[in-house]
Ligand binder design. Structure first.
Ligand code: PLP
Length: 466
């Protein structure tokens, strides 16, 4: 019988580790089991999942309702090609339509977030032709495949560009990142330049077909835009006949307190893409959904897109079960209560740790941005460090937390706080205690100043519809 170390080494030898030099994929952690907000390694050690794995296990692990739905579908009809249909498609569409804006009515189902965005890209470029340019923002991630990685702003695009794995026709707009405003302005005296500049870009660029945005930026910072941003962006898109694509792969599924993050600003996109929490991560699902206006274009034009596993019945079977579980859990009031507690506990951490520069986010979706110096906002690490050989401060903290039994993902400048919606106050306290201890690593290297921590999460409160 192989030991867990042997299993781990064999797997590492014969599989590629994602997004890393393979020398850093030698003894991955072997996980045996998971339940609720916890998962367990092969030695039986318990970890609290404070990032919902990849910000996708929003309903926690081992949800019986979803497991039963998948089991039933596997017994009934595991697969049928996309040229035919199954009842699973109808049930997925009906479940999604019960919570998505009514204006979004025609679906394409795939098996990942990046595929959902590739489908959106093809739809846009076909129906807006000859316009073809796509605008995106620097603080963004949209997926690993050539189209999606090209309109990704984060360091992963740079590597794909070097490898010539990108497409043409993508331009980057400024971020709605108030903690480090790209215009050096301060809300509310900024006149929302980050949105207004998009209008300037569209007019100066020409040939702009669409803009893709993460309504609350995920991996790249849990950035919540000012309240005026999305209404303004929607009107700029309308005036210039540019489509608005909302990538809610991560920000959707009640992460921010509402089914979609866009609901906070009462703005509806022309195309919505989602994945991750859509099935609670129980099956691999990607969803691209458009308005009727876009759908009508394809009545007489070929939709030049498809996959063997498009509309896969087994993957779709998790969607109605997940939607009903989201409704039940949100109706219980637990996530609303716990998110307030989570914010208070994070603010409390910020008051005590000089290496926390900004705390921002909403719902169950927060960032702790770490800085060397709060007064100057000097960061420990920058974008270029992500794939260098430098040791990232955030990764050191995340590794220390893992040793202590907490899974909290790190990006190059932030810790990613995104627990499942079923987490309790006591479990939040358990996680905060470990982060509190682990932050000693960054505190030791932080300059002590009088500057208070920035609490951008207060800012997000103003974005709630009145
Ligand atoms: C906003 C956003 N879009 C797209 C993707 C890509 O999704 P996937 O990894 O399922 O391809 C991600 C993944 O993290 C994401 O956060």
């Amino acid at each position: 019988m192989a030991t867990s170390e042997e299993i781990s080494r064999t797997i590492a030898r014969h599989t590629y580790g994602t997004w890393r030099r393979q020398e850093l994929w030698k003894e991955p952690l072997l996980i045996e089991d998971a339940e609720g907000v916890y998962f367990f390694d092969s030695a039986g050690k318990r970890y609290l999942d404070f990032s919902s794995q990849m910000m996708c296990s929003n309903l926690g692990h081992k949800n019986p309702v979803i497991i039963e739905a998948i089991q039933k579908q596997a017994e009934k009809l595991a697969y049928i090609g996309p040229g035919m249909i199954s009842q699973a498609t109808l049930e997925a569409v009906e479940a999604l339509r019960s919570i998505l804006p009514k204006s979004l009515e025609k679906f394409f189902f795939s098996t990942s977030g990046t595929e959902a965005n590739e489908a959106a890209l093809k739809i846009v470029r076909q129906c807006k032709s000859p316009k073809y340019k796509i605008l995106s923002r620097y603080r963004s991630y949209h997926g690993a495949t050539p189209g999606s990685i090209t309109f990704t702003g984060d360091p992963r695009r740079i590597l794909a560009e070097t490898a010539r794995c990108t497409i043409d026709g993508v331009r980057f707009a400024p971020d709605a990142y108030c903690y480090r405003c790209p215009f050096g302005l301060t809300y509310s005296k900024c006149d929302i330049q980050c949105a207004r500049y998009v209008d300037y870009m569209i007019k100066e660029e020409g040939n702009v077909a669409a803009i893709i945005v993460e309504p609350v930026v995920g991996t790249n910072g849990r950035i919540v835009p000012p309240p005026e941003y999305f209404p303004l962006l929607r009107s700029i898109c309308d005036e210039n006949e540019v489509l608005l694509i909302a990538d809610e792969v991560m920000s959707g599924w009640f992460r921010t307190g509402t089914a979609l993050a866009m609901e906070h600003w009462k703005v509806e996109p022309d195309i919505l893409t989602t994945a991750k929490g859509c099935s609670g991560a129980y099956t691999p699902v990607g969803v691209t959904v458009t308005t009727k206006e876009i759908a009508d274009f394809f009545e007489t034009e070929t939709l030049d897109h498809g996959h063997t596993y498009a509309y896969h019945p087994l993957t779709l079977s998790a969607i109605p079960a997940a939607v009903s579980e989201y409704k039940r859990i949100m109706a219980s009031g637990l996530p609303q209560k716990v998110s307030q507690h989570l914010k208070n506990r994070l603010y409390n951490l910020g008051d005590r740790h000089p290496s926390i520069g900004d705390i921002r986010g909403m719902g169950h979706f927060y960032a702790l941005e770490l800085v060397k110096n709060r007064a100057t906002k000097e960061p420990f690490n920058v974008k270029g460090d992500r794939f260098s050989r430098k040791s990232l401060m955030t990764s050191q903290i995340s590794a220390q937390a893992l040793k202590k039994g907490l899974h909290v993902l790190a990006w190059y400048d932030t810790l990613i706080i995104a627990p499942p919606l079923i987490i309790t106050e006591a479990e939040v306290d358990e996680a905060i205690e470990i982060i509190d201890q682990s932050l000693e690593i960054s505190d030791k290297e932080a300059v002590l100043t009088d500057a208070p921590v920035s609490k951008s999460a207060e800012f997000s409160k103003r974005t709630k519809p009145s």
